[in-house]
Write a protein of this length. Structure first.
Length: 122
């Protein structure tokens, strides 16, 4: 299982060399975990740049993966992991969701550098 964070989805939709690095992962929807926070971040990013209808079409693609809402368990795990790894709130929620789902985080975000269960893309 993989959990592409918001940076992976943004690069995928924008295109270019970075999109090539993630597309084979993101198109295997049966293996993709999507926290509701990632839906929010990706939607917000593109709403600043595109019309709402177009953004809804992008977000619909994310919804082909397994949507995971933030639970009490994930919230607490995010507190613990955020403290342990000095992660910002959003990153700690994403990381805690990946750990809860036994998934690997797929990201371009250097804030995840060196964490277990993370594949940092360049």
């Amino acid at each position: 299982m993989i959990l592409p964070d918001s940076s992976a989805w943004v690069h995928f939709f924008v295109g270019g060399n970075e999109a090539d690095q993630v597309s084979h992962h993101l198109l295997s929807f049966e293996k993709v975990i999507v926290p509701t926070l990632v839906l929010h971040e990706v939607g917000r990013y593109f709403l600043k740049r595109m019309e709402e209808g177009d953004v809804l079409a992008l977000v619909a693609q994310l919804q082909r993966g397994k949507i995971v809402p933030m639970t009490t368990e994930i919230a607490w795990k995010a507190c613990v992991q955020g403290k342990k790894w000095n992660l910002a709130t959003a990153d700690s929620i994403i990381y805690a969701t990946a750990l809860s789902e036994k998934a690997k985080v797929l990201t371009f975000d250097n804030d995840f550098r060196g964490l277990p269960h993370v594949e940092l893309l360049a």
